[in-house]
Design a binder for this molecule. Structure first.
Ligand SMILES: Nc1ncnc2c1ncn2[C@@H]1O[C@H](COP(=O)(O)OS(=O)(=O)O)[C@@H](OP(=O)(O)O)[C@H]1O
Ligand SMILES: [Mg+2]
Length: 363
């Protein structure tokens, strides 16, 4: 097993800088560019992707990046997109020039920033080293002041080796009350929010406050001990958007497992983080409709390793491991189930039963 200490240090610093910029965007004004109703992109997405890609390119110039966004829209001559580009340039340079280990000496030019965003164009695959980046996962959550996550993972020869996730709206203390979903004023006012989660293959999972300096110690995290005997006491995490995961099927599965507590709905890979630190027990993301949607690798790579290293097990709805080796999507998988390793098989069995009852057992 290789040691990815240097990569971990750089990835934490990159995610920290990008997360702080997204938090600033959230606390001032959010400028969104809607590609479609389903996929809004914000000044935060572009800025975070440019910051992270620029830092990765500085330290690991040979590595490829599979990123969610490209800069096409920012090259448009439309007045609103030109204004968006100006904001992105300002924020990226602010993030990169800030005090800290990776401080830039001089600002990046417009061309350099657009090129940095476009570095995320790798198509993935089974060989070699690549990073996968979702600059703001849960963009709809971000826009409504809910949970979102800045997610970065290193994949080597098709396996996730390192995962780092910034969750600016999650409480540092897992037992503290989460901000009310969509209450933008609350997330602006609270000073106990903002966590970075980290996992490196075979080395465990950890968290640290987002606002701490990069040398701050990491605190180990673990999934909650939950045996098959007390499975009925478990809690579910699921997507806010009904279009991303079948909430009706989840309710049926809860019933099969004897779970009566209401599911916790939150956007983004913060769901993986919650399971990893024992704040929730089971993350269910079951295919909707005909199941034709292919999950993207940047929506799962970091979270998957963080849960696994915290003692959990992650698979698709059939119990198959997630396959990150075949390109930009998880096309060999359908849905996601993350749970404590000792109850994962029972959850998969309930998923099978529920899908069969719905006539969707073939998915
Ligand atoms: N149809 C469908 N099915 C499943 N997943 C989809 C679908 N459409 C989009 N997406 C992806 O979902 C990402 C956000 O997932 P979440 O679990 O955070 O959903 S939600 O935000 O709570 O609604 C979201 O990531 P972001 O675009 O980064 O927000 C999308 O990549
Ligand atoms: Mg995403």
């Amino acid at each position: 097993m290789s040691d990815y200490r240097k990569e971990q240090e750089v990835a934490i610093e990159a995610v920290r800088r990008a997360s702080l910029i997204t938090q600033k965007v959230l606390q001032t004004s959010i400028s969104s560019l809607t590609k479609s109703d389903k996929s809004p992109v914000t000044v935060g997405d572009f800025s975070a992707q440019a910051i992270i890609n620029a830092i990765l390119a500085k330290h690991f110039s040979d590595d490829k990046i599979v990123g969610e966004e490209d800069a096409d829209d920012l090259r448009s001559k439309d007045a609103d997109k030109v204004a968006l580009k100006e904001k992105v340039i300002g924020l990226v340079n602010e993030g990169l020039m800030a005090e800290g280990a990776d401080q830039l000496e001089k600002p990046l030019s417009e061309t350099e920033i657009l090129e940095a965003i476009d570095k995320g164009n790798c198509q993935g695959g089974v060989k070699g080293r690549m990073w996968t980046l979702d600059p703001i996962d849960g963009t709809k959550g971000f826009l409504r002041g809910g949970q979102y996550a800045v997610c970065l993972a290193l994949i080597v020869d098709g396996e996730v080796r390192l995962g780092v996730m910034g969750c600016p709206n999650l409480p540092i203390d897992k037992s503290a009350k989460k901000p009310q979903e969509g209450n933008l004023d609350e997330v602006k006012q609270r000073d106990d929010l903002g966590v970075i989660f980290v996992a490196s293959e075979g080395k465990g999972a950890f968290q640290r406050p987002l606002h701490a300096t990069s040398s701050t110690q990491l605190t180990p995290i673990k999934t909650r001990e939950i045996t098959p005997e007390i499975l009925s006491k478990a809690s579910f995490c699921e997507s806010v958007e009904a279009g991303h995961s079948s909430q009706g099927t989840n309710a049926k599965i809860a019933e099969f497992l004897g779970i009566s507590s209401p599911s916790v709905r939150m956007d983004s890979q913060a769901k993986y983080a919650s399971v990893a630190r024992g704040d929730g027990d089971i993350y269910l993301r079951l295919p909707v409709g005909d199941g034709s949607y292919q999950e993207k690798i940047w929506d799962h790579a970091a979270g998957c390793l963080i849960v696994t290293e915290a003692g959990g097990k992650v698979s698709d709805a059939k119990g198959r491991p997630l396959d990150f080796s075949i390109g930009r999507t998880l096309k060999n998988n359908k849905g996601v189930v993350a749970a404590h390793a000792s109850v994962h098989a029972k959850v998969i069995e309930a998923v099978r039963k529920a899908l069969e009852e719905e006539g969707r057992g073939h998915l």
